[in-house]
Write a protein that binds this ligand. Sequence first.
Ligand SMILES: Nc1ncnc2c1ncn2[C@@H]1O[C@H](COP(=O)(O)OP(=O)(O)OP(=O)(O)O)[C@@H](O)[C@H]1O
Ligand SMILES: [Mg+2]
Length: 148
Amino acid sequence: MKHTYTLSNIDEAAAALWRECRSYPVITLSGGLGAGKTTLVSHLCHTLGITDAVSSPTFALVNEYRLQLEGKELPVFHMDWYRLKNVDEAIDAGMEDHLEQARSGDAICIVEWPEKAARLLRPPYAAVTIDILGDEERELSIQLVDHP
Ligand SMILES: Nc1ncnc2c1ncn2[C@@H]1O[C@H](COP(=O)(O)OP(=O)(O)OP(=O)(O)O)[C@@H](O)[C@H]1O
Ligand SMILES: [Mg+2]
């Protein structure tokens, strides 16, 4: 699926993203520096009714938010792998544990800069790419990666 949006209709883009990806425990967000990954996560979380402040996990590498979903409370792990040098560093920072928790249905993971430790990703996950089309115009491409 592709979806073009600007800051004025980003909530619709976030809702469309969730409709498509909600059955996937892990959502990755690719796109260059300043493409709008964190901004989209913030709007997605808002759409989901998350009241925690959503910000870039650049320093902590992972932020945790609480999501109320179908009568159950789930952690949302918002990760930013930009500063990780390799997979070992990602594992040391607990990223694999968060992914594992999501795969067992007990969390949702959202990953910025998944390329930095791509080997940790295993299907099923939803791979989202943000392309910059103009000043405020962006294009979302969603690829659902399932078991072969
Ligand atoms: N349609 C849009 N969607 C998202 N951000 C937009 C859009 N148009 C303009 N922007 C601006 O682009 C910037 C995107 O910053 P943001 O931190 O979300 O990017 P990022 O992809 O997370 O960057 P990083 O790689 O550093 O993590 C913000 O200043 C935001 O206001
Ligand atoms: Mg970011």
